[in-house]
Design a protein around this ligand. Sequence first.
Ligand code: UT7
Length: 318
Amino acid sequence: MSFQILGTGSALPACRKTNDDLSQLVDTSDEWIVTRTGIRERRILTTETVTQIAVAAAKNALENSGITAADLDFIICPTLAGDYMTPSLACVVQMELGASCPAVDVNGACSGFLYGLDYAEGVFARGKAKYVLVLAAERLSRILDWTDRSTCVLFGDAAAAVVLGEGDALRFLEVTAKGNLCLASPLGNGSCPYTEPDTRKPGLLMKSREVYTFAVGSIASGIEKAAAATGIAPEETDYFFLHQANLRIIETARKKLGLPQEKFPVNIEKYGNTSAVSIPLLLDEWNRAGRLHPGQHLVMCAFGAGLTTGTAAIDWTK
Ligand code: UT7
């Protein structure tokens, strides 16, 4: 027994910042950002907290699934961090929803949603759950160096969730990790009087070309592996929900695979790279637009800091 997706939900910060807004902060332009990444605007948490958008996304997903918070048997939150180092975002959300199940965060960076699904698969396989909430929420705006034009233009804040129920819709799921610091955000040493000051630069440090090459390669190999495992060729797959990090990465991988554009939903232009949230956010958008129908075959594929990857092949049953 694995799972099926019963419903989706998302929530976004109200504050919208365009590329022109960012060009007031750093030496950049709408033209550079759109050409290199496909991003036109992003949302930034200003007056809301991560918890607030996470709870709103969870409520939307529960409503879309027709179950209540009391029905949940596990809450898994893919996130770099919630509003606290501890307790986990998942525990804070559990409290706010009035649920009573176990709750834990999973840090798989931009592949976090796939890691969340992988943990959920284990919970179902052990017969420990009927319903699991996988709720991704990110506040990238908190860790970015807003004077660094090479990273601050790329990311956005958001939350999105799926409610999983028992079922056999999952056909393939694989997560990988290859430890590497080419995409990293260091934590300082705090105020401990016995520790040397941390001299590492805060912010998100990224060897962008290395990540770009890794991203294109991991999408192509993830899609090929999913096809080999399920026996469903990429041409027969209805949609590929890829991590929205850069439109050029998606397009390069798509062309490498020789697949048509209609199979690759995108929304990066509106939200930028929202890390673990990007795939469930896109899935929610397509679900609510009525573009998903029972029997369609979907492949999801993500890559991110770690370096991590995740690929899942699932039938849409809702
Ligand atoms: O979820 C995983 C997260 N990370 C990623 O997916 C990132 C993967 N990498 C990428 O998406 C691309 O490498 C970027 C979009 C980050 C950069 O595109 P690129 O074509 O690889 O540009 P580049 O890093 O080679 O930089 C080209 C130039 C540099 O100037 P010089 O050295 O050629 O004079 C940069 O300083 O563009 C400059 N540049 C900018 N210019 C205007 C870098 N950022 C900006 C900017 N505005 N925001």
